[in-house]
Design a protein around this ligand. Structure first.
Ligand code: HEC
Length: 300
């Protein structure tokens, strides 16, 4: 079992690091090797009928063509590289399996994995080492691969849990209706429509969250204003709170941005929820366009 924690600054949910897959893939490559006939002719460190896997890894460690070459060699068999004895062909072994085995063999020639797995059980301080980080989300990934058995492929599995920063930024990935996303100075802003619309922030743990602050920015103060609602799990779900951007508030806002506060009872059911921010205009003649920059969850 490998448990990894990664801090992703970019709010782009698609950016889950694939490095997480590596230990699992390597492990299953090794297990595939063990569940095939390879070990009858190859050992890890000592010469047998065929060369040791350590020597093979060493020989090809700087060769970019090695993966493709070795896959073909194992598939078709052959000799002459390490001596006169030829390797048997493996026509029945799926190419994908061979590829995983080759990845494992070649990994033996690389520096050992420096990122150790976290323990399979225990607690984790998400801010550890990154206390200054304002943006981003913590991705916790658990992956496993079992040993498989004779003729049985190893099983692998992977699950990622995303822990958001208390200050949640928007991204193009946010689900929304009629909101537009606009990037400005490295931040993605959600622009409420002229009518009504919503944007959602998915899978959030609201345990002991008593309020939320929505950052709203604008170029000129609003004339009539915007009204926002915070709703649970659906655009018309349970109402958590309302907040408005009024002409007075926006005229007094520093640097053309204000924090709008929603106050509510925490949702302590231990589940992840989707938060919906709905928006509507106080008056259809509102001419000022505004942008929502972030939502901060607060414990008071
Ligand atoms: C019947 C014995 C035998 C079996 C079974 C066998 N090998 Fe080999 N293998 C050899 C021999 C002998 C060589 C050396 C061939 C040569 O000198 O070109 C070799 C070479 C290799 C090489 C290096 C190839 C090169 O050109 O440098 C790799 C990698 C390898 N084997 C992987 C495997 C894997 C993976 C399996 C299981 C799917 C496997 N072998 C099964 C005998 C075997």
């Amino acid at each position: 079992m490998h448990v990894m924690a990664d801090y992703i600054e970019d709010a782009d949910k698609a950016a889950v690091p694939i490095g997480h897959l590596q230990p699992t893939l390597l492990e299953s490559g090794k297990n595939l090797m063990l569940s095939n006939d390879c070990k009858s002719c190859h050992q890890l460190a000592e010469k047998s009928v065929g060369p040791s896997f350590n020597l093979v890894a060493d020989k090809y460690k700087k060769d970019p063509k090695a993966p493709g070459y070795l896959v073909n060699k194992i598939k078709n068999g052959g000799g002459g590289v390490w001596g006169e004895t030829a390797m048997a062909a493996h026509p029945a072994l799926p190419e994908n399996d061979i590829r995983q085995i080759v990845q494992w063999v070649l990994s033996l020639g690389q520096e050992p994995e420096t990122r150790k797995s976290l323990p399979a059980e225990g607690s984790l301080q998400p801010t550890l080492g990154k206390p200054e980080k304002e943006k981003g989300s913590l991705y916790l990934t658990a992956a496993y691969a079992n040993q498989g058995g004779p003729g049985i492929k190893p099983l692998t599995g992977k699950k990622t849990v995303v822990l958001h920063n208390s200050k949640i930024l928007f991204s193009d990935a946010n689900r929304r209706k009629d909101f537009e996303s606009v990037g400005f100075n490295g931040t993605v802003y959600m622009i409420p429509p002229k009518g009504e619309g919503w944007v959602s922030i998915d899978s959030i743990d609201l345990t002991n969250v008593f309020s939320a602050e929505l950052a709203a920015g604008y170029q000129t103060p609003v004339q009539y204003g915007y009204e926002f609602e915070l709703r649970l799990d659906a655009p018309a779900g349970k109402l958590l709170g309302t907040a408005g951007l009024t002409p007075a508030a926006s005229a007094n806002g520093k640097f053309n941005f204000v924090l709008l506060k929603f106050q509510f009872e925490p949702i302590n059911d231990g589940k992840f929820h989707n938060l919906f921010i709905t928006s509507k205009l106080m008056d259809k003649n509102e001419a000022t366009q505004i942008g929502l920059g972030s939502l901060r969850l607060l414990a008071k």
